[in-house]
Design a protein around this ligand. Structure first.
Ligand code: ITT
Length: 182
């Protein structure tokens, strides 16, 4: 492993996936468990920028945060930047009650990295749709999100970490980070 970087989150599932993904690039992550300041904003990348500032202030070490959002087309992008709050309040069953016949959606991941001087942002999204009922044993929205070109939900897929919104944004981060180190 070539580098150690902190990953700040209150969500251990996010860290576990990020850590597996970045190990393919020989980047070692350490979990920095923290409830970070999360501003209410329409822009996931602005939320991630604020979160990483708070994370660096707390850790004083190079650090990554990630902000995600599930955007459902028939709900004009809801829950989007409010995905965390909506998951805690109405959950997957609440979302399923709101979704109509058009079930298309996208999952967005924004990675923000700070070394205390600069903030770098890496964004990615994957298209997909909302399943008709929860399927599979997974965390968060995994049981109701079916990525494009698949028949199974994130929770049912065995290769989520090779295709996910998180995989794409972290791959962009890894290319930038490893290039910078050369
Ligand atoms: P932080 O402390 O890192 O902010 P969080 O769980 O609040 O953790 P986000 O705001 O980034 O994380 O995530 C928004 C919501 O989307 C939240 O309910 C997550 O559980 C969910 N989520 C994010 N990535 C997911 C994934 O890969 N599969 C399923 N649900 C996911």
């Amino acid at each position: 492993m070539s580098s150690n970087i902190l990953f700040a989150s209150s969500n251990k599932n996010k860290f576990d996936e990020a850590s597996k993904i970045l190990s393919n690039f020989k980047i070692n992550l350490e979990f920095f468990k923290s409830d970070l300041i999360e501003i209410q904003d329409d822009s996931i990348s602005d939320i991630a920028s604020q979160k990483v500032k708070d994370a660096f202030n707390k850790s004083q070490k190079p650090i990554i945060v990630e902000d995600d959002g599930l955007f459902i087309d028939s709900l004009n992008g809801f829950p989007g930047p409010y995905s965390s709050f909506i998951f805690k309040t109405i959950g997957n069953n609440g979302i399923l009650e709101l979704v109509s016949s058009n079930r298309t959606a996208k999952f967005v991941s924004v990675i923000a990295y700070s070394d205390g001087k600069n903030i770098e942002i890496f964004e990615s999204s994957i298209k997909g749709k909302i399943s008709d009922k929860p399927r599979g044993d997974g965390w968060g929205y995994d049981p109701i999100f079916i990525p494009e070109n698949q028949n199974q939900t994130y929770a049912e897929l065995t290769n989520k970490n090779q295709i996910s919104h998180r995989y794409e944004s972290l791959s962009k981060f890894a290319s930038w980070f490893l290039n910078r180190q050369e």
